[in-house]
Design a protein around this ligand. Structure first.
Ligand SMILES: Cc1cc2nc3c(=O)[nH]c(=O)nc-3n(C[C@H](O)[C@H](O)[C@H](O)COP(=O)(O)O)c2cc1C
Length: 188
């Protein structure tokens, strides 16, 4: 067996960059309403955890204004933006609700949700109303487990391509779809 470091095919990747190759997409927006004030942050560290009821794990850093809002209110909306909103999505992730009214600044239209106080975003393709159902890993990993209790999609929206963060400020935009449904025999 050849020594890994002698192999031309594999180059060592710094551990600090590992998240870049497993970072899931799409980049989403997370809205909260704390003390009656709506806020929104950008998030790409999330994962699907269950089909139904849908569970989503997400990492919200304790320095984010949204962290406390989520911890206290135990509610949020995950809104899924499309590529036309990409620049705004980045800007939303580079300022804090502590200092800025992000809905006003970025021209986002809040729509009252059905089951939570956090607003939906009219400009997004999909909006998921969520409850925090588990906080046991928040202290250690900033990991909140969310249950989706209501989901909405804009059927008239023409632009439906989501964006996926490479972890370095570049993004992949949804492209070609390949249909392998026939091979998904275990997961019809
Ligand atoms: C593309 C992108 C992805 C991000 N993903 C996350 C994430 O998954 N978790 C997180 O805590 N912050 C993430 N951030 C950073 C927050 O969006 C950022 O800290 C934001 O200012 C927090 O807003 P808030 O203070 O109003 O809550 C991301 C930012 C960008 C631009």
């Amino acid at each position: 067996m050849s020594n890994l470091s002698d192999m031309a095919v594999m180059k060592e990747t710094p551990l600090a960059q590992v998240y870049r190759v497993i970072e899931p997409g799409p980049v989403v927006l997370l809205t909260t309403a704390y003390k009656g004030r709506p806020n929104v942050m950008t998030m790409s560290w999330h994962m699907a955890m269950e089909f139904e009821p849908p569970l989503i794990g997400c990492v919200v850093h304790s320095l984010d204004y949204s962290f406390n809002a989520l911890r206290v209110t135990k509610e949020c909306v995950i809104s899924i933006p499309t590529v036309d909103l990409a620049s705004k999505v980045v800007e939303i992730g580079n300022c804090s609700g502590r200092d800025v009214d992000k809905f006003g600044t970025f021209g986002l239209t809040p729509i009252p949700a059905k089951k939570v106080k956090a607003p939906l975003i009219a400009e997004c393709l999909t909006n998921l109303e969520c409850q925090v159902v588990n906080t046991s890993l928040v202290k250690k990993y900033n990991l909140f487990i969310l249950k989706v209790i209501k989901a909405w999609t804009d059927p008239k929206r023409k632009e439906r391509r989501t964006i996926h963060h490479n972890g370095d400020g570049t993004f992949v935009v949804d492209g070609r779809t390949i249909d392998l449904k026939k091979k998904m025999t275990k997961w019809q």
